[in-house]
Design a protein around this ligand. Structure first.
Ligand SMILES: [Zn+2]
Length: 497
């Protein structure tokens, strides 16, 4: 085998913004997984190779190949560059003695000055992270943070272009369509209208109504009435029953057509009291959301509170479980017979990071813990995604993902738990609001820079209503909550010993 193709282990300093950014680049470009990046703070380096010393690894990049050969400094960079097709031109510098010497000098310069370049006093020059935390000023913090962002900006751009292409593709694939699952017991009706369609195009959150065994859930906003009408007509032609219309929570894209759809389908309007109360009369929503999604009309018809469950067409019961967090009135619907969870917006991806202002993350964590007690096998989100590993739920492009619902819920809970710990530390240290947000979104975590553009678009287009700041605020809901500042010498939660 060509030695350039052997898998490589790169040992880097996770305390250094430049090293971290280089690792982000390697992970993005290394399509075949030939380079494994290991932080030297993750454990004794001798487990990777008996000759390695921590002090040497802190000074320069080390690469170990599968044959046990160690490359150091520029040679290590050249080994990685040669392994990844996109970086081969960089490896070409190693072919000629003159270019090799120049590359080696450049590498040594960066390695020697990397802590100055990032104004970072963590890592090799600090033995005690707690002391560094105390002594390092905000200027050093922001220099580090800005440098980390700058080095990743091209990656942010690339991932944003990729995501946008996926959003447009999935939008086109499901445009006003119906997706039938579980032998016709579950249907997703894709809704839309203008200008509401800007949301799925910009953020990938499509609008859906769920039809499940005779119950219609979340029938969209007033702007989506035309698309809902055609779905209702088609359902009537198929002889499909709609016995009840309900909603998971009171957000405008879910509740604008409740009364109207129930009337058209001749169905009962069944709504938990907390959701109904929000619509009697409807609380006015901010103008931007009203313009794009549409202000929900007030409820006038007779509304039945479902209590603990709603009757299903097959004789079963759909349990109504309070699930506050995304909004205080949120409920999820659980069919224990089928192990199907209609989760609404109580799950919107594991790393959803620019939430609405009514999110209460601590309540959400409690909800996720309760949902993890259920043996969920099929999880249907409120914005067009279904997660299941079951063979009778085959993957559907852009809709059904072959993923374990419980693993997804657990991942989200772990993310919120991690954020909660960072925010508590920040409060204890009395740091500024912006520094708290920055500490919650360290560039060393891929979800932080991968979601940067999406979160910024959300923040700018809603004038800060949906933002990372809201996520941080959502952990400590007090009147006049001015969040204290944080500075973490390094963002990683583990103690680098
Ligand atoms: Zn919502």
């Amino acid at each position: 085998m060509d030695s350039r193709r052997l898998p490589l282990t790169a040992i880097y300093d996770a305390q250094c913004e430049i090293c971290q950014a280089a690792v982000s680049w390697i992970r993005a470009l290394d399509r075949r997984g030939l380079v494994e990046c290991v932080a030297l703070q993750d454990g004794p380096v001798q487990r990777l190779h008996p000759d390695l010393l921590t002090a040497d690894c802190l000074a320069q990049l080390h690469v170990v190949d599968a044959a046990g050969r160690v490359s150091v400094g520029w040679q290590a960079v050249a080994r990685i560059a040669a392994a990844i097709p996109a970086t081969r031109p960089l490896a070409a510098l190693d072919r000629l003695a003159t270019t090799r010497a120049a590359a080696d000098r450049a590498y040594r310069f960066v390695a020697r000055n990397r802590h100055q370049l990032s104004t970072c006093r963590g890592g090799s020059c600090a033995a005690d992270p707690a002391q560094v935390r105390l002594e390092t000023g905000n200027r050093a913090f922001w220099t580090c943070y800005s440098l980390g962002m700058l080095l990743r900006l091209p990656l942010v751009g690339a991932i944003t272009v990729r995501d946008q292409a996926c959003f447009v593709r999935d939008y086109a694939r499901t445009f006003r369509r119906r997706r039938t699952l579980l032998d016709g017991r579950l249907e997703l009706w894709f809704l839309g209208g203008w200008p509401a369609d800007l949301v799925p195009l910009a953020f990938g959150e499509r609008f859906t109504a769920i039809w499940y065994k005779g119950v219609l859930i979340d029938p969209g906003s007033v702007r989506m009435r035309r698309s809902l009408t055609s779905h209702l007509h088609a359902a009537a032609q198929r002889g499909q029953t709609i016995a009840a219309v309900t909603a998971t929570h009171g957000h405008e894209e879910h509740v604008g057509n409740l009364e109207w759809a129930a009337h058209l389908a001749g169905a009962n309007l069944v709504l938990p009291e907390r959701i109904a109360a929000r619509l009697r009369p409807p609380a006015p929503i901010p103008w931007a959301r009203a313009a794009v999604i549409g202000q929900p009309p007030g409820l006038h018809a007779l509304v039945r509170d479902p209590g603990e469950s709603i009757a299903l067409a097959d004789g079963g019961r759909l349990e109504v479980i309070p699930a506050p967090g995304h909004s205080p009135d949120h409920v999820v619907f659980w069919d224990p017979a089928e192990r199907v969870l209609l989760v609404g917006d109580a799950f919107m991806g594991s790393y959803f990071s620019s939430p609405n202002p009514d999110v209460d993350s601590r309540a959400w964590m409690a909800t996720l813990r309760r949902l993890l007690d259920l043996d969920v096998q099929v999880m249907v989100e409120g914005h067009g995604h279904v997660h299941s590993l079951r063979t009778d739920v085959p993957p559907v492009p852009g809709v059904v993902r072959h993923s374990d619902p419980r693993a997804m819920l657990r991942e989200k809970l772990e993310f919120l738990t991690w954020l909660d710990a960072r925010i508590s530390e920040a409060r204890a240290e009395g740091r500024t609001k912006n520094a708290t947000v920055a500490a919650c979104f360290p560039w060393g975590r891929s979800w932080s820079w991968e979601r940067l553009a999406a979160d910024e678009i959300a923040r700018l287009s809603t004038v800060g209503e949906f933002s990372r700041h809201q996520l941080v605020r959502s952990f400590h809901r007090t009147p006049h909550d001015v969040l204290p500042t944080v500075f973490e010498a390094r963002f990683t939660p583990r103690d680098p010993t």
